[in-house]
Design a protein around this ligand. Structure first.
Ligand SMILES: *Cc1c(COP(=O)(O)O)cnc(C)c1O
Length: 377
């Protein structure tokens, strides 16, 4: 294999160190593993970084998306406007609560966010919410979506899996869910966080995270409570102390990592725009972003699988974000006949290049050189 110093250039890697190891050992030493004071602290620090009052930690973003819909009272008979260009979890969550997704196209291939124009066309009185997703970390126009949601008196929900600690993410929607899965901008290995601007919705999310119970195990252990009631249908979507301890450390680095990601994606952009003009890059360089992904559009005539294979031979891992949800066999069967021409055009050409804070400028030069050769091949 042809690589720089025999190292594989991964799409994403978690940045871990001795401080994470120590934090995990401290939790084990403490003898308390399940949701406790560290989770509480992680919630308030994460909220603080995003300029909101509070947040609820969960065991995945997927669980968080489910809780957002459940706590907002979305259910059978309701419709939810959704992008198809997102991870399948966004739309699965709509099905969990028994609501119906209505797929909305993207603006265009250089601005692959869910389109307000198409959302207007697909709006009906059964629509109770709209999901936006900050593709690749590029923040959607939240003010415009807030106005859209207010005009129709529906909820605005953010799938913020790609966009922690950037712009107004988490601040002006009705609810937002973040992911700490291993390949995201910060990680707890598995995990997530939920925000909601109405404190009573956030409080429902908190109860529903833990079986709908009115007191937690730690409260009872500390003698703050002796029994509990169940006031709503809940789930077990709790985060644990090990993950929270890891999250607290990752959180301190997040803004620095996001900045490094932006620098590296700027470097990619510079090389690609000057040397590989057949390849397009979605969004403007100045667009507000956490730079979660480095998506590019390869020429229509290029064979994506062979480009990916060629890069793999050079030790470079690439991926596709995403195969559109409406074309998955499960969704095609349940929701036949959906056509989203712009989403389909984007997804057919999209290729995601490696991007994470441990990459060097030399790695990026090497990836670009390999990409150029793979496309000409
Ligand atoms: C990763 C991701 C999710 C799911 O996150 P988990 O924490 O793994 O459940 C949801 N939506 C998007 C856009 C994602 O990228």
């Amino acid at each position: 294999m042809n690589t720089i110093n025999g190292q594989i250039i991964s799409l994403a890697v978690p940045v871990l160190g001795d401080d994470v190891k120590k934090a995990l050992c401290d939790v084990i030493q403490s003898g308390w593993l399940t949701m406790g004071d560290r989770v509480k602290e992680f919630e308030s620090r994460f909220a603080e970084l995003h300029g909101v009052e509070n947040a609820v930690a969960v065991n995945s973003c997927t669980a968080g998306l489910h809780l957002c819909l459940a706590a907002l009272g979305i259910g059978p008979g309701d419709k939810v406007l959704v992008p198809s260009l997102t991870f399948v979890a966004t739309v699965n969550a709509v099905l969990y609560v028994g609501a119906t997704p209505v797929f909305v196209d993207i603006e265009d291939i250089v601005s692959p966010h869910i389109s307000i124009e198409d959302a207007e066309r697909k709006y009906s009185s059964a629509v109770k919410a709209v999901f936006v997703m900050h593709y690749g970390g590029y923040v959607v126009d939240l003010q415009a979506w807030r106005a859209f949601a207010d005009a129709h008196k529906i909820f605005l929900i953010e799938d913020a899996a790609h966009a922690p600690a950037v712009g107004e993410v988490g601040r002006c929607s009705d609810a937002a869910a973040f992911s700490f899965f291993t390949n995201k901008n910060m990680t707890t290995s598995e995990g997530g966080m939920v925000m909601a601007r109405d404190p009573s919705v956030l409080s429902s999310i908190r109860y529903q995270r833990s079986h709908g119970m009115t007191s937690g195990t730690l409260d009872r252990q500390k003698g703050h409570a002796y029994s509990y009631d169940v006031t709503t249908l809940g789930y077990n979507y709790r985060m644990d102390e090990l993950r929270a301890a890891m999250g607290l450390i990752q959180l301190e680095r997040l803004s620095k990592w996001n900045k490094r990601r932006r620098e590296l994606s700027g470097y990619y952009r510079q090389i690609i725009e000057s040397k590989i003009t057949k390849v397009n890059i979605p969004f403007e360089h100045v667009h507000e972003t956490s730079a979660h992904l480095m998506p590019v559009l390869i020429p229509e005539e290029a064979n994506r699988i062979s480009v990916m294979k060629k890069l793999r031979e050079n030790g470079i891992q690439t991926s596709i974000h995403y195969p559109p949800i409406h074309q998955f066999s499960y969704y095609k069967k349940r929701f036949p006949g959906v056509e989203l021409p712009k989403t389909e055009a984007f997804c057919a050409r999209e290729l995601t290049l490696p991007l994470h804070p441990l990459l060097s400028e030399d790695d990026i030069k090497y990836v670009c050189k390999s990409l150029q050769e793979a496309i000409l091949f």
